[in-house]
Write a protein that binds this ligand. Structure first.
Ligand code: PPS
Length: 574
């Protein structure tokens, strides 16, 4: 472990043990408790270990945590705006005594680091959310993570790393802070302005970075986050391929691309300060803060959670102690008369025509295979994104039938499957309720927990089929709205469509049919917990389609589904 004196602001920590010490720790670790790190904790650990989070030497203890929440400072007064904590389960915390060493492992069980536990406490999440994010609204992704994914007990203490988490992708683009500083030094880059991004870069971004570099008289570092970003963002593999295209737009030897394994919190102003400190640690002298930096989007009331330039204001307030200079930027827009980009505050909208394509409009055009104008995006970047987000006619999808037993789900699903196979073009898989219970979920019963697990398994398989461009047709009862919503999320994050069809045939008709004789048994009390009889069915509130099969043939019902798929652009019936 060697700390390096940074050219700008403070000491660069390095918490990695040398090979001999790492080997010794590995041997002792067999007797220690082990914590399997979450995805976010692995990101945090990497940046503590490699110095990206200097001056942190581990996960925050309680006194530091409380001061960070209150004043954005560690207990010694150093500016540090984001709580970096190790959240663990109650059961695990119960096995830990202060002073213990615990092994921190990756999901494969490889020991990455040892934590010497100095603190153990139960945080107040409402307080943390309010202080850090300024809200307890779960529409904020950072707040949602806290309430829905964090464990209830925090452990604090210094870490010693045996190795950095392994990455097999883009390894040549992942220098540590010390390596990046050394590269800057070798290249004679004395002033470097960093650009943070979690999105693909289009012309506006390139213009902005050009102008920022010119203004700061600095070289440029494109420094995208590839750890965890906002749920629903473009995956980092596609983004990095886009950045590699964009890099060629800059004059040679002026600009570098390097990946940051950060887990973002979408904390707006506080996050901007944090990002600046991290870039200082990576050897940059300047940092671009644009409009709505690390913005979480809208709250549940439909209002933006932060003002568009709150982040710039906060960073300005702490400029004297940051050790890195902010280059503030207003939103860049295309000005038709100038055939070029300019910051919006430098445009006279009474005489000039401003053009912009919002993120939502961009996604709509991609989805529908529509043109993206050359003034907006580089053709190479657009082409790269089209591979990841093909138009709907080439996307995979999940057709999810839900309804009571005997409502006609399987019959319609089978008819639709055959029709799709007749047309060709996509691999089709039917995940029927009964069939799934035979092959995937044979050990499960019909309690709420087992039904949820059954549906989540179906969702997992359907999402994989969807991801690979196929059509998954599911036909379980799926009585619970929240579980169906979870499946929708899984499928949509696999870049495909989720089409919910409620087979709404009334209970009386299902019972009249009673094809399997199960309703009679349920009424006689021979089966308990039967959906619709003595177990709930939560009807979907806004399905893509509702079909009552009381007076319809299976062909008619299947045709309705195919027309819906055509209307959404997934198939072409002509
Ligand atoms: S769930 O709730 O979505 O997990 O149910 P699913 O896997 O679709 O159920 C498949 C078939 O199981 C039969 N069956 C029951 N259904 C509901 N409640 C109880 N208690 C039950 N016991 C057995 C029923 O025939 C379901 O088949 P379908 O195809 O819906 O008629």
């Amino acid at each position: 472990m060697t700390d390096v004196i940074a050219p700008h602001g403070g000491v660069l920590k390095d918490r990695r043990l040398d090979a001999a010490a790492a080997q010794a720790v590995k041997q002792s670790a067999v007797d220690w408790s082990s914590w399997d790190l979450t995805e976010r904790q692995i990101c945090d650990l990497e940046l503590i270990a490699n110095g990206g989070f200097s001056p942190l030497e581990g996960f925050l203890g309680q006194a530091d945590y409380e001061r960070v929440l209150k004043d954005m400072r560690l207990s010694d007064g150093t500016l540090w705006p984001m709580p970096i904590t190790l959240d663990v389960s109650e059961a695990f915390a119960d096995t830990v005594v202060l002073g213990d060493k615990i092994a921190l492992r990756d999901p494969e069980g490889v020991i990455l680091a040892v934590l010497t536990v100095t603190d153990c406490w139960r945080p107040d999440w409402a307080e943390e959310a309010q202080q850090v994010f300024g809200t307890t609204d779960r529409a904020h992704p950072g707040v949602a993570y806290l309430y829905e994914q964090s464990h209830p007990v925090y452990l604090g203490g210094p870490i010693d790393a045996l190795s950095l988490p392994s990455h097999y992708d883009f390894t040549h683009l992942r220098p540590t802070p010390a390596e990046l500083r050394e590269r800057f030094r070798r290249n004679g880059w004395r002033r470097v302005v960093a650009f943070q991004t979690r999105n693909p870069m289009h012309r506006a971004h390139v213009e902005l970075t050009f102008q920022a570099a010119r203004q700061a008289e600095a070289n440029l570092l494109i420094h995208p986050v590839v750890g965890m970003t906002k749920p629903g963002d473009v995956d980092h593999y596609s983004r990095v391929r886009c950045y590699e295209h964009v890099l060629k737009k800059y004059p040679e030897q002026t600009t570098a691309l390097s990946l940051l394994p950060l887990a973002m919190r979408m904390g707006g102003p506080r996050e901007a300060l944090w990002h600046a400190i991290i870039r200082r640690n990576y050897g940059c002298t300047h940092f671009i803060v644009g409009r709505d930096h690390a913005g979480p989007g809208k709250g549940s009331d439909g209002e933006e959670l932060y003002g568009p330039y709150d982040a710039q204001e906060l960073v300005t307030r702490y400029r004297d102690e940051l050790g890195i200079e902010m280059v503030p930027f207003r939103m860049m827009v295309y000005v038709e008369e100038r055939a070029g980009y300019a910051p919006i505050d430098e445009v006279d909208e009474t005489t000039e025509t401003v053009m912009n394509i919002s993120g939502t409009e961009f996604r709509r055009r991609m989805r529908e295979g529509l043109d993206i104008p050359a003034w907006f995006g580089y053709p190479e970047v657009v082409e790269e994104l089209r591979k990841t987000y093909p138009p709907r006619a080439q996307q995979g999808f999940t057709l999810f039938f839900t309804g009571l037993s005997g409502s006609g789900k399987s019959t319609i699903a089978n008819a639709v499957m055959v029709k799709l196979m007749e047309r060709g073009g996509r691999a089709v898989t039917l995940l029927d309720g009964d069939v799934v219970r035979k092959h995937l979920s044979s050990e499960l019963g019909f309690s709420k927990a087992h039904r949820d697990l059954n549906i989540r398994r179906i969702g997992y398989v359907a999402a994989e089929i969807t991801r690979n461009g196929g059509a998954a047709i599911c036909a379980p009862i799926a009585p619970y709205a929240s579980t169906r919503a979870a499946v929708k999320d899984m499928v949509e994050s696999a870049n495909g469509g989720f089409i919910e069809v409620h087979v709404s045939t009334p209970l009386a008709e299902c019972e009249r049919r009673d094809r399997k004789g199960l309703y009679a048994k349920a009424r006689a009390g021979q089966i308990t917990g039967f959906t619709g009889i003595d177990d709930p069915y939560e009807a979907p509130s806004a399905p893509a389609l509702r079909i009552d099969t009381t007076d319809q043939t299976p062909e008619e019902a299947a045709q309705q589904v195919l027309l819906k798929l055509e209307g959404l652009g997934f198939i072409d019936l002509s």
